[in-house]
Design a binder for this molecule. Structure first.
Ligand code: AHR
Length: 657
């Protein structure tokens, strides 16, 4: 199907010139039903996406449970202070969190202790409150505990003194108010006065988290997600689901319940890339499965958990659980359905209720395996499929077509999964922008009878996959937008799609490009983010048929949908060429007087333009309005642009006084 079209930002009655592209919308013809929630997000704890990112905890290694228990901590000024730090495990406050530190201060003049460096520093904002907590026990003497915040220049930002400790562990709290904003602050935990204190689970959270939840998520980052209005959220990944070996796989049951009982684990992105080592990257699971479900609910996204299929990452060990021992993996899926949807009188539903959410989370789909392939995957998926379809026919299963969109692994997977009656197959693609332009027609020939497609990970790579030179530039964003018009036109086959990865920390990333960039104080959306947001904010319930006739070498791509909620017709047109181009848009059907359109355009002067912390809105959508009369109008599409036209047929209702 050809896809091209025209718009001139200034409206003119349809007067078609020979060099205009022509787009004819058949408003009176039926389209096909599509999933209005097809545009979602993909979350993985990569690039410090969770710990050091979305999870607002500012203390790294708060439980001293990293393999090096003092990683992230440093002893303060040994020249001035003569105390000692020991890492101990006898009589911990919680057996699941066995390590703690004993801080000994022999001095009655000078406090002694440790400083925590945070995640590439701690982001603190003046005027805001920060909630400190720790488990503390007195081991000898009667010392106090002094808590101090310092900025990168070594200036003290606030100080609080706690006292009256007992020989039993107690959770102690304090509130600190930094007097200036700093992205590279640190927390000092000091024993004040002679004696010894045992300290564990040292935590510092901003009081202002998303929905002001104590121990919650970074508000600015969640807001970026909420603004997208994603139809679903895939979590927790990504390769992190699989693990380098099976012992390193993501096990959701270990991520729920009290945070101090969630076992710290290596993050697989710690060691994955020699060119971007992250030796301090671990998973605290403070953001665990309960919090993922809660986040989905908060932002109105359907939850899509992905579980290990009993096969470790095939780019690493590919360790496979023997088929006759796969039952516990399948049981994890069954229990997860109960955790999300079961009554409070069920074992796992009761655990959800105990965490504060008696109502079900409304889980409707689960992914089995992430980017797995070949016979080992199909054999394991088949086992899950047989059991889950019998026990939970209401749950849609997402299966994997492997890591590439058209290689041997992909061609092996599809017929096998079709034979098994798979619901939705997950396709991944990280490729150059050209691939995305060509993929506009990829799904036109797919079998309409199923399985459906989840285009579950994709991003245009300005250089090559995993290259540190990849950029989140306009060209890549527009290439993705072009491809997305093809996904939407084929929305009867492509049920869902999500860009990956989602977040990256400016100083702690492993993988580029990424949708949203953050540092310790702020975040910004890339041009790619704006593309995703424009599609997700302007979804449809059914396609609207149209013909698009390119003129000359125009690089125009389009999709048209009808939004039943607003009654509007939504036209998305992408110009992937170096020159502005005109498109004559003809509207066939009833175009009542007073019809109008909102036109939202994403473009920039150069296709290499990007956003940054200094210029977060360098590439950002701009909005205009048009009045529309039959039979149509001509519009100019800027070079390298995505244009969304929300066409309201008939006069819009005006608010009555
Ligand atoms: O998105 C980054 C990684 O790319 C994902 O973890 C994996 O599924 C894919 O290879």
């Amino acid at each position: 199907m050809k896809t091209t079209m025209i718009l001139t930002m200034s409206l003119s009655i349809l007067a078609v010139r020979a060099d205009d592209a022509k787009l004819t919308m058949e408003l009176d013809k039926p389209g096909v039903a599509i999933n209005r929630n097809m545009w979602g997000i993909f979350f993985e704890d990569i690039n410090f996406g969770a710990d050091g990112g979305l999870y607002a905890e500012l203390v790294k290694n708060r439980g001293f449970e990293f393999p090096d228990p003092l990683m992230g901590w440093f002893k303060l000024s040994p020249k001035r202070m003569s105390g000692s730090v020991s890492v101990l495990t006898d009589q911990p406050f919680n057996a699941k969190n066995p390590h703690y530190v004993r801080l000994r201060n022999p001095d009655d003049k000078m406090p002694f202790g440790l400083a925590n460096e945070g995640f590439r520093g701690m982001g603190l904002k003046s005027g805001e409150a920060y909630n400190f907590s720790a488990q503390v026990r007195k081991a000898s003497g009667n010392p106090k505990l002094r808590l101090e915040l310092y900025n990168a220049l070594g200036e003290r930002l606030d100080s609080v003194l706690l006292e009256n400790f007992t020989a039993d562990w107690q959770k102690r709290t304090a509130v600190l108010h930094p007097k200036v904003t700093d992205a590279k602050a640190r927390l000092h935990v000091l024993v004040d006065g002679p004696g010894e204190l045992d300290v564990d689970m040292v935590s510092l959270f901003p009081e202002k988290t998303w929905k002001d939840r104590p121990g919650g998520l970074r508000a600015d980052m969640v807001q970026m997600l909420a603004d997208m209005r994603p139809g679903f959220m895939r979590f927790p990944g990504g390769c992190i689901v699989e693990g380098n070996d099976l012992s390193g796989r993501y096990q959701w049951k270990k991520t729920i319940g009290p945070v101090e009982e969630r076992e710290t684990m290596l993050n697989r992105w710690n060691t994955e890339f020699l060119h971007r080592p992250a030796p301090d990257y671990f998973q605290s699971f403070g953001l665990g499965f309960f919090e993922y479900f809660q986040l989905c609910e908060d932002i109105g996204a359907a939850p899509l958990p992905i579980l290990s299929c009993g096969l470790a990452c095939q780019f690493n060990t590919g360790e496979a659980c023997p088929l006759d021992r796969i039952d516990p993996y399948i049981q994890d899926a069954i229990d997860l359905i109960e955790f999300a949807n079961g009554g409070t009188d069920t074992v796992w539903g009761a655990k959800r209720a105990a965490m504060g959410h008696p109502a079900p989370f409304g889980l409707t789909m689960i992914g089995i395996g992430n980017e797995n392939w070949d016979k080992p995957y199909i054999e394991r998926y088949a086992k899950f499929h047989a059991v889950l379809k019998a026990r939970h026919p209401e749950i849609k299963l997402i299966s994997s077509a492997g890591p590439g969109p058209d290689d041997g692994r992909f061609r092996y997977a599809w017929p096998k999964l079709r034979e098994l009656g798979a619901d939705i197959i997950d396709e991944h693609c990280y490729s150059r922008p050209d691939w995305f332009f060509k993929a506009v027609t990829r799904y036109d020939g797919y079998d309409r009878k199923g399985p459906g497609v989840f285009f579950g990970e994709y991003a245009a790579q300005s250089d090559r996959t995993v290259s540190i030179r990849n950029q989140n530039n306009l060209e890549c964003a527009i290439a993705e937008a072009a491809c997305m018009t093809g996904l939407e036109r084929n929305g009867d086959v492509v049920r869902m799609a999500s860009y990956a990865p989602l977040f990256a920390h400016e100083e702690a990333w492993q993988w580029k490009p990424d949708l949203i960039w953050v540092n310790n104080l702020s975040s910004y959306g890339t041009p790619n983010y704006h593309v995703q947001k424009l599609f997700a904010n302007n979804p449809g319930d059914e396609t609207v048929p149209f013909q698009l006739a390119a003129a000359g070498t125009n690089q125009l791509f389009a999709s048209a949908t009808r939004d039943r909620r607003s009654g509007e017709v939504i036209l998305k047109v992408v110009n992937g060429g170096d020159a502005p181009t005109s498109v004559a848009i003809a509207l066939k059907g009833n175009v009542p007087p007073g019809s109008s359109a909102r036109v939202i355009t994403l473009t920039a002067p150069s296709r290499t333009d990007e956003n940054s912390f200094d210029k977060p809105a360098n590439v950002a959508p701009k909005e205009d309005r048009l009045t529309i009369t039959a039979p149509g109008f001509t519009q100019t599409l800027p070079a390298w642009s995505l244009n969304v036209l929300r066409i309201h047929l008939g006069a819009e209702a005006t608010a009555k006084p």
